[in-house]
Design a protein. Structure first.
Length: 252
């Protein structure tokens, strides 16, 4: 059954009109009157819907009441990563979305040549939407570009543990550090530019983040992002622990 994003799903169900890119997707799939589809609101809710009418101008659907989708991780992962010329941000966004990231925050590091901008951010948001649809998610990770590390950290919720994936750290493994916050429901990951952080950026992180290692090898920023997300989901999230173990009932 195909999945389509809509802005809003009525709490009691009802008629929904689809236009724009999602209508185009429906027509590409040659969906017709009577077909069933899954609708997703991008905030974690989904429902089944029957196509009552469809043409090239709009589709009218009858939607069931929405429910929570169980494809979302019970750990909200915020990824802050440096926007540099050598980093492929589309790859970072695509793969971490597939791995369940909650929010993506690319920022301009002191050593960054490439700078975030409105069009670049819009493009990355589209990548997140397509990746979410492809992997069956009902929540679209938000992409927020920041001018510097300080601005990026200001977006982080109070109390969430922050981990700095530091290529110079030799003793504290990331997976071991996560065990110390195993009840956390939000985690923040910070990945600097290739070539490392400037001293003032390290000072900003020193009072707020725990420096951790992903192992003895030096990883590209894209690889570090994917490895870090996988580690969090394996140690704390839904790639390694049943929902019941995390205090979430089967009826949720």
């Amino acid at each position: 059954m195909s999945r389509h994003f809509v802005d809003f799903i009525p709490i009691m169900g009802g008629e929904i009109v689809v236009t724009g890119a999602e209508l185009k997707h429906m027509n590409v799939l040659r969906l017709s009157k009577g077909a069933m589809v899954t609708l997703i609101d991008g905030r974690g809710n989904c429902c089944q819907a029957l196509i009552k009418k469809i043409d090239f101008h709009k589709a009218v659907l009858k939607a069931d009441p929405p429910g929570k989708d169980r494809t979302e991780s019970f750990v909200k992962i915020h990824l802050i990563f440096a926007w540099t010329k050598s980093v492929k941000p589309e790859l970072v966004v695509q793969k971490t979305t597939e791995l369940g990231v909650f929010r993506l925050i690319p920022y301009s590091a002191s050593r960054s040549i490439a700078k975030p901008g409105g069009q670049k951010t819009e493009r990355l948001q589209k990548v997140a939407i397509e990746a979410a649809k492809q992997c069956g998610r009902s929540l679209i990770p938000q992409v927020i570009s920041c001018n510097d590390l300080q601005q990026a950290l200001a977006l982080i919720p109070d109390g969430a543990p922050i981990f700095f994936l530091d290529e110079t750290e030799k003793s504290k493994l990331f997976s071991h550090a996560l065990l110390e916050v195993e009840k956390a429901d939000e985690v923040v990951l910070v990945i600097g530019p290739e070539g490392g952080m400037e001293d003032h950026e390290r000072e900003i992180l020193a009072s707020r983040a725990v420096s951790v290692s992903l192992g003895p090898r030096i990883l590209r920023a894209e690889t570090a992002s994917i490895a870090a997300l996988t580690t969090v989901q394996t140690v704390l999230g839904d790639m390694g622990r049943p929902r019941a173990e995390h205090g979430i009932s089967k009826k949720e």
